[in-house]
Design a protein around this ligand. Sequence first.
Ligand code: ZN
Ligand code: ZN
Length: 332
Amino acid sequence: MPELRKDPIVGRWVIISTERAQRPSDFKIQKDEKKGGFCPFCYGNEAKTPPEILAYRPRGSKPNESGWDLRVVSNKFPALMVEGELNKKGDGVYDMMNGVGAHEVIVENPDHNISLANLSEDKFQNVFWAFRDRIIDLKKDKRFRYVLVFKNHGLRAGASLEHPHSQLIALPILPKTVIEELNGSKEYFSYKDRCLYCDIISQEIDDHKRVVLENEDFIVMCPFAPRFPFEFWLLPKKHSAHFEDLTKHEMGNLTIIFQRALKKLELALDDPPYNFMIHTAPLNMPNPEIYHWHIELTPRLTRMAGFERGSGFYINPTAPEVSAQFLREVDA
Ligand SMILES: [Zn+2]
Ligand SMILES: [Zn+2]
């Protein structure tokens, strides 16, 4: 019998429909064709990208030349433009403003063929330090209210360049998904006086059915009402609204557990395409007690069809308890 499940945060209903029970092997999909050819993110092609905004390089190596460990540049085809004022206007019932925002690319490492899951621990950690450094810097720009960090892995997940990279977009408005989460957790806080995410974490740790990995500071779990098979979330165990407030110690534990989770996903499903996004609190949020930052990872194993698009319901053929158990058992 399919089950309707409600996400306690945003109130979104999903349909867990395991009638045609799908095992992980049912999801293995055709590999993206290796495209090859010219890569603007490889050593020697630094001049082909906009100038670097941030780079981690050994002492003595020069900006915009080879030798870097990690590089952040503006997106050459930005979704939003960084220059200019917002110029908010109205026209009757319609509201608009200029498309001001920053769109940056984090080139995770110089090696074209090493995916995030397979980087050395140090290099993996560099990527997350870069996310943090960029958020802290963009926070100074008062036009921005939010910085969304995300990654598209694989062609089917929207990665148009093969070379491993992530992206961030700084926005003058809050993303809808974040507003929904904020509203849900604010409402919960207003009558329970507790953070909803903290309550979810402690219940999930007790239950253990949906936990994939756990360490001193973090938990990786499949959510109760996931939209997609093998969707998982990473959350800090200690309440914290802002990703960029991570301590050095926490950063170490974050990267160990998240890389292991990526590795498990890669082994379980033969390196599937996926997206992940960091959901952190809006920049300068006045009430950080109500929100709890986390990373949401959604593999791209199923395609969204008319019913999903038209209704906002997701049909998920794999129960999160099954996904979690499978990921737990993968040796990584
Ligand atoms: Zn490359
Ligand atoms: Zn919390």
